[in-house]
Design a protein around this ligand. Structure first.
Ligand code: THU
Length: 142
């Protein structure tokens, strides 16, 4: 496969992952935006984790679904994210917001796959030239 081609589905069971994201979406607490979001990911040890968005009367304190997912990742044993999907209240694929791409990047295996509105993409494609932990360690080594 040439580097120009999009990544394949990577042998991921995207159907099961979407099911987990849909189930999580139904638990979203969204009295303000009425825009429920559910996310799910496969971890390096094979487990599936999920998250939903939780809003707040102080709107800016809203927790995106990805925040819950990353917390659950650590709470349930750590590891890294291998594949990720995000759905809206209609079950349509949703792109993670910019902030959440950064959150995911920190906990992703290199080349983590995401289901996106334009097909399966890698984390590097949706957050090119990312700032991350390696940027900080390179600075510290000067
Ligand atoms: N939202 C997420 O949970 N994740 C995203 O990546 C995009 C946005 C939530 C935040 C807010 O509760 C609602 O969607 C509308 O912005």
């Amino acid at each position: 496969m040439s580097e120009q081609q999009p990544p394949s589905s990577g042998g991921i069971d995207w159907g099961s992952l979407r099911e987990a994201a849909l189930k999580a979406m139904e638990k979203a607490y969204v009295p303000y935006s009425k825009f429920p979001v559910g996310v799910a990911a496969i971890v390096t040890d094979g487990r599936i984790i999920a998250g939903c968005n939780v809003e707040n009367a102080s709107y800016g304190l809203t927790l995106c679904a990805e925040c819950a997912l990353v917390s659950t990742l650590h709470l349930t044993g750590g590891g890294q994210l291998v594949a990720f999907t995000c759905v809206d209240g209609d079950g349509n694929t949703l792109m993670p917001c910019g902030r959440c791409r950064q959150l995911l990047f920190e906990h992703a295996v290199p080349g983590m796959l995401l289901e996106t509105v334009s097909g399966i993409r890698t984390i590097d494609e949706v957050l090119p030239d990312a700032f991350g932990p390696r940027t900080l360690s390179a600075y510290g080594e000067r």
